[in-house]
Design a protein around this ligand. Structure first.
Ligand code: NQM
Length: 369
């Protein structure tokens, strides 16, 4: 459908909000098959690299520099394959190694809108395979009378208003990118940060997202500061980055200087009745709320004995727990089901998101890019 009157290339896409993230979603068949050529198209579509992304769709923030690519799955038992790509405003990376649970929430609505799957009556459930790490989940949408319903009463902090609930059930998140849930084998490590010359306690953990959890107080902050204030602290960012670079190899991730993980999370005691309070760096900017799999990973640390959350987090006993993770703009509730025979083992994580198409059409790719 290239308009003959233009030298630009038109690529069909829908701009979707998924949870607290936003970005264009593409059918895999609408993008170049060659990965390098595909990445060049994605960079041009988003307007990266440029801090303002003025020549593209990006929103000048990592949370609005995300792309979803979807296809019907050929894996038995799986309905849809999802590839997530993290771009950045200020560099030319297209990272398909991490997961994103927020963009994941928009996959099924997009697939139904584009006719990849039929809409059922009442609710529609699909199994989605995230190709980035091989993680599977079941997602359920409200589809009364066989029609997608975006309006509803569900509220998620970090997004204004209310919308129809989308439930996500994660089936196998432990060690998504790292070799294991606790990649060093220990719930708590004392890490010597060479060069920066300090030692610090940290929990290195991956239950869907590789993360380094530290006490906010060990960084001389309360942990309740606004996200923008923490992002603008040059010294805090330098210390967190030095720790991140030291943690990468310990987590089996190698040199992480050019990677978007591990994410850094400063934790402190809850103060609004939740399980724990958080400030996450993703990894260089403080998140305005918290990532989906980041919340699952933090919640998991709260129920594991001996982690950095021990003595800080407020948890209840029981094999089914709802943990409210406090963050800069509210809270994120994660329901965990623990193995009754091995309480350190999380069998299932469930949570609620909302999502919606914002625009559908074609993104225009310049002739020379
Ligand atoms: O943890 C931000 C987000 C995310 C990732 C980030 C996410 C997740 O909020 O599953 O969703 O950590 O870069 O979208």
């Amino acid at each position: 459908s290239n308009p003959p009157l233009s030298d630009q290339r038109a690529v069909p896409c829908m701009v979707m909000r998924g949870g607290t993230s936003r970005g264009p979603f593409f059918l895999e068949s609408d993008l170049p098959t060659d990965a390098m050529e595909r990445d060049r198209v994605l960079l041009a579509a988003m307007g990266s690299p440029d801090p303002r992304q003025i020549d593209g769709l990006g929103g000048a923030h990592p949370l609005t520099s995300k792309v979803g690519i979807v296809r019907r799955s050929t894996t038995p038992g799986v309905d849809l394959d999802f590839l997530f790509a993290q771009l950045q405003p200020d560099n030319d990376t297209v990272d398909v190694t991490p997961n994103c649970g927020n963009m994941l929430a928009a996959v099924l609505p997009f697939a139904l809108e584009r006719g990849l799957l039929p809409v059922a009556h009442g609710t529609t459930t699909a199994r989605i395979l995230t190709l980035n790490t091989g993680m599977q989940c079941d997602v359920t949408l409200q589809t009364p009378n066989g029609r997608l319903q975006y309006g509803g009463d569900a509220r998620i902090d970090g997004v204004p208003g209310t919308a129809s609930p989308i439930s996500i059930n994660f089936l196998d998140t432990a060690g998504s990118v790292c070799p294991a849930l606790l990649p060093t084998g220990a719930p708590l490590d004392r890490i010597a940060v060479r060069g920066a010359d300090f030692e610090i306690d940290a929990t290195l953990i991956d239950n869907g997202m590789p993360m380094v959890l530290v006490r906010a107080s060990d960084f001389g902050i309360t942990g309740y500061e606004p996200a923008a204030e923490l992002t603008s602290s040059v010294e805090l960012r330098a210390r967190l980055e030095a720790l991140r670079l030291a943690a990468g190899p310990l987590m089996g991730l190698g040199d992480v200087s050019a990677k978007n993980y591990p994410k850094m999370c400063l934790i402190s005691a809850p103060r609004d009745g939740g399980a724990v309070n958080t400030r996450c760096f993703i990894p260089h900017v403080c998140h305005d709320s918290i990532g989906v799999l980041a919340a699952v990973t933090v919640a998991t640390a709260c129920v594991l004995p001996g982690t950095i959350a021990d003595g800080i987090a407020a948890t209840q006993p029981g094999v089914r727990q709802t943990l409210s993770i406090e963050h800069p703009t509210g809270e994120f509730s994660v329901e965990l089901e623990l193995d009754p025979n091995n309480p350190g083992q999380v069998l299932r994580a469930a949570l609620l998101r909302t999502a919606r198409p914002i625009m559908r059409g074609e993104v225009m790719i310049p002739a020379h890019f």
